[in-house]
Design a protein around this ligand. Structure first.
Ligand SMILES: O=P(O)(O)OC[C@H]1O[C@](O)(CO)[C@@H](O)[C@@H]1O
Length: 541
């Protein structure tokens, strides 16, 4: 294994000066360095990968036993070793009836029963059969949750806005009172259904926001307030304490991680927004990607290829972040969603056995939709000192046929950006530009340095026919399995998140100090900030 890493590094050092553009002398490069499944295309030809690098990367995946690890996940093995759990978000969208066993029992019947319960409830809310306390229809739904209990449904509900024919959906996540205050201010409690979504039902943000929402409902509905509540949780004992009727509690098991949970009950807002048929198409899209991930050979396997591109850029080229750039306004929350999916999964520094990782793991993930990002941070992408591999997403067809000109401009901009990143502009070309601006001599020379672009900056493009529910399912599953591929090659556990615990514990301990208790156990900075934020006598140790 270390031998393959070594060979990759040597190969990179020998080829680092080869311009990506020059690789297109091979006229079949686009065909050789792209792959497609069910109409979804991954183009990775605008990277420095060549045949030798691809061969080594595929061998690396094989040497890490990726095929066997994929099979173990889908089979329901307890691969989340630090929490002793299976990882079966894929079972939530499985279309086949092949049993999936956890602790000797097939989980599919339970998954399907709960999906039935969700669909029945969602359709009843959408039709008005499940009515508000006054007998009227629910016009608005607030989902209260955070992290995986917020980002997935919030992202997907926006992404599928053209299919939205159910009640309006609002998402409250932040503990900052401004979030729930501003959301409630625009709503009528008589017309509003509140979903409390928390896998554990202990998360302080969600529980605090839920209590505030309950008080708001009680002011209008009195003791009937719980009739406007539903819950999504694995902790069904705790939901009863809030008075939520069991038929409006949607459970799931601990083998679904929070950031992988939008395919089941956490996806209830999506189902309420777009209805059963569209939600099922969303699941089918993800299931189609699951089958592809399990069955396609590694060198034609989209999630594996996307993962290997990530390994190449991160570990071999040393690029420590990646930008997610959807040229699709409906995917405006995809970068935020992928931040949790990727960074909470692969932001680890030890291997499964606890030993330090020998090389860099998850990169920093960030981004914004195009073309907005072009007018914000693309300056750095093109001319900054850091190289940031870009990941573009673009649809062949938009949902606004009457605005075709907009979509043509969007596509032209997307293609222009990946071309500009790769091609750059040489000093000689920049001098010509300066000359055309009427500059000569030293001034032409000086400005050419500013007007030139280094180029040779890599990108991948994910192209799809149209952002339908099926395609959204494919895209999210593609990224889930990319994160898995990378995590397995790094040898870490992508399914735990111990790194979020310490801050939570310290916040609990700090609350009394924020409320005035002595802060004598704290460092000087914390004491100073406490007395600035909450004026009070604070003693420093
Ligand atoms: O659904 P819960 O249990 O409220 O957790 C919310 C989020 O908090 C985290 O545990 C991190 O703080 C995420 O992994 C999770 O998605």
């Amino acid at each position: 294994m270390s031998d393959i890493w070594q060979q990759l590094e040597t190969h990179r050092s020998q080829t680092a000066d080869t311009p990506i553009l020059s690789l297109f002398k091979d006229t079949s490069r686009f065909d050789s360095y792209s792959a497609e499944t069910d109409g979804l295309l991954l183009d990775f030809s605008k990277t420095s990968l060549d045949a030798m690098a691809m061969d080594l990367l595929v061998r690396l995946a094989q040497a890490e036993g990726l095929d066997a690890k994929i099979a173990a996940m889908f089979r329901g093995d307890a691969i989340n070793s630090t929490e002793g759990r299976a990882v079966l978000h894929t079972a939530l969208r499985a279309q086949a009836d092949t049993p999936i066993q956890v602790d000797g029992a097939d989980v599919l019947p339970e998954i399907r029963a709960i999906r039935q319960q969700m669909q029945h409830f969602a359709e009843a809310v959408r039709s008005g059969d499940f009515a508000a306390v006054d007998g009227g229809r629910f016009t608005d739904v607030i989902n209260i949750g955070i992290g995986g209990s917020d980002l997935g449904p919030a992202m997907a509900t926006l992404a599928l806005a053209p299919y939205h024919d159910g009640p309006r959906c609002h998402f409250v996540s932040n503990i900052d009172g401004a979030h729930i205050h501003d959301t409630l201010a625009g709503l009528d409690p008589q017309r509003t259904l509140v979903i409390i979504a928390s896998k554990t039902f202990t998360t302080i943000e969600t529980m605090t926001n839920a209590e505030t929402a309950l008080v708001w409902l009680q002011a209008a509905l009195g003791d009937k307030a719980p009739d406007h509540l539903a819950a999504v949780s694995t902790a069904q004992d705790k939901t009863a304490a809030l008075g939520i009727a069991p038929e409006r509690v949607f459970g799931f098991e601990n083998w679904v991680g929070g950031r992988y949970s939008l395919w089941g009950p956490v996806g209830l807002p999506i189902l309420l927004a777009i209805g059963t048929e569209n939600f099922q198409a969303f699941l089918r899209g993800a299931d189609a990607m699951d089958s592809h991930f399990q069955n396609a050979p590694l060198h034609q396997n989209l999630p594996v290829l996307l993962g290997l591109v990530g390994i190449w850029h991160n570990n071999i080229c040393g690029y420590g972040s990646r930008a997610i750039l959807p040229y699709d306004q409906h995917l405006q929350r995809l970068p935020a969603y992928l931040q949790q999916l990727d960074m909470e999964s692969n932001g680890k520094r030890v291997a499964q056995d606890g030993s330090p990782l020998p090389r860099a793991s998850g990169p920093v993930v960030w981004g914004e939709p195009g073309t907005n990002g072009q007018h914000a941070f693309y300056q750095l992408l093109h001319q900054g000192t850091a190289v940031v591999p870009a990941e573009f997403l673009i649809a062949a067809e938009a949902h606004e046929p009457e605005l075709q000109h907009h979509h043509n401009l969007l596509k032209a901009n997307c293609l222009a950006q990946s071309e500009a990143l790769m091609r750059g502009r040489s000093l000689a070309e920049a001098r010509d530009v300066a000359a055309k601006r009427g500059l000569d001599g030293a001034e032409q020379q000086r400005m050419a340095a500013h007007l030139s672009f280094p180029g040779n900056r890599p990108s991948v493009t994910i192209a799809y026919p149209k952002l339908t529910p099926f395609v959204l399912g494919q895209i999210i599953a593609l990224y889930e399995h990319r994160v898995f591929t990378e995590g397995m090659i790094w040898g870490l556990n992508p399914f735990d998140q111990w790194g979020v615990e310490l801050g939570k514990e310290l916040a609990v301990a700090l609350l009394p100090m924020v409320e005035g208790a002595p802060a004598d156990s704290k460092d000087g900075s914390t004491c100073g900030l406490l007395s600035k934020l909450t004026p009070r006598p604070a003693t420093q140790t």
